[in-house]
Design a binder for this molecule. Structure first.
Ligand code: G6P
Length: 371
């Protein structure tokens, strides 16, 4: 009903705007006054967590993309090898998991059949299973050894928004917690990331007040048939998620590519006026940023229309962007928390303009409880 939508036309739009609170709520109470992470629901002992020699993340859809981001953060902070796999592929390939494997199942609903079957298989192999879930008491956390709940509140729109952002937060918390337990990061390093995470809700709120270029873009896109997304490092899963949102909501053929793969295929697709979104990493010491800026030049020289998401003070991209979407400054690993937001708004706005049901796209279900 209108009242439930709190004045918004769609649940999805309401949920997009709830993201600052959802992120803040998911951080709440997880960091104590002594500067230590406390994940109460992790019922796996520190001794056991120290014995873990491999992490396997399993999930479907948007949750899978949060897992792809998690791999970068978890491996960087903990030095534990981490794989990410689609839940629907996992058990059919005889995966190597055992008592020293931590299987992390990410699911907003906690009821996705593919993910549930995958954790049952993992437990049969005696792996320890940790769920990242938004739904209290749902099946996946009930069948797991441990759980980190995301506190996004109920998500009604079929296409996940605040669910995704809070999954990212939970993955960062898990990575930092493992680093703390295993001593691969020191308290002050963890404190720096926690401080940065604490500033993210305000950054998203600010970003949400600057969506005019995105809304205008959506107005121009009604007749587009193909849209590409490029990203690198954690920007790659953001590109995949941006493309998924356009498929789900606007029924547009959209693909996300790793920017570094451009020359191995996707560049052949570039032709005059093809719209390409590019997620630009923060300017930093590594070459990542400059490489992505070169990619923008390469596709633009071949006629692409470039829609560039870059940090507010990144002027190196200005000359090569047909449309610029400015992002708040955050460190590379956390950038998905802000870079995803304009892509959600874009898909929601475009689908609305095309007259589609944003909350219940055709052929999709909020939670897929059959394999
Ligand atoms: C469905 C939904 C997606 C969601 C996926 C995984 O396909 O439409 O939005 O990402 O399921 O759902 P889960 O509840 O396991 O996160």
């Amino acid at each position: 009903t209108a009242a439930e939508k709190g004045g918004y036309d769609w649940f999805m739009r309401k949920e997009i705007f709830e993201q600052p609170k959802a992120v803040a709520d998911t951080l709440l109470g997880r960091y104590d006054a002594d500067g230590a992470l406390t994940l109460d629901e992790i019922r796996i002992s520190a001794a056991e967590l120290r014995r873990i020699d491999k992490i396997v993340i399993i999930a479907c859809g948007t949750a899978f993309y949060s897992g792809l981001v998690a791999k970068y953060a978890i491996e960087h902070w903990t030095r534990i090898p981490c794989e990410v796999e689609l839940a629907s592929e996992f058990r059919y390939r005889d995966p190597i998991v055992g008592p020293t494997t931590l299987v992390v199942a990410i699911s907003q609903s906690g009821e996705t059949a593919d993910t549930l079957m995958a954790i049952r298989h993992a437990r049969e192999q005696r792996a320890r299973v940790l769920a990242i879930c938004n739904t209290n008491g749902s099946t996946i956390p009930r069948e797991s050894d441990a759980v980190i709940y995301t506190h996004a509140g109920p998500e009604i729109g079929v296409a996940s928004t605040k669910g995704f952002l809070t999954q990212l937060v939970a993955c960062y918390l898990l990575g930092l917690y493992l680093a703390q337990v295993r001593g691969t990061k020191f308290g002050d390093e963890i404190a720096l990331v926690m401080e940065e995470l604490a500033a993210v809700p305000a950054a998203i709120s600010g970003l949400l007040t600057e969506m005019d270029p995105v809304l205008k873009l959506a107005a121009d896109f009604a007749d587009e048939r193909v849209v590409l997304f490029l990203g690198r490092h954690v920007g790659y899963p953001v590109a995949l998620e941006g493309a998924l949102k356009l498929k789900e909501l606007a029924y547009i053929h959209a693909e996300g590519f790793a920017a570094g793969e451009l020359k191995h295929g996707p560049i052949a697709l570039i032709e005059d006026d093809l719209p390409v979104f590019v997620v630009v990493p923060p300017q930093g010491r590594d070459m990542l940023h400059d490489k992505v800026v070169s990619n923008i030049q390469e596709i633009r020289a071949r006629g692409a229309r470039t829609i560039v998401l870059a940090e507010a003070d990144d002027h190196e991209v200005d000359a090569f962007a047909d449309v610029l979407i400015r992002l708040p400054k955050v460190s590379t690993l956390l950038q998905p928390l802000v870079a995803t937001v304009p892509l959600q708004v874009f898909a929601c706005e475009l689908a609305t303009r095309k007259g589609h049901d944003v909350d219940q796209p055709r052929n999709l279900a909020k939670s897929v409880t059959v394999e």
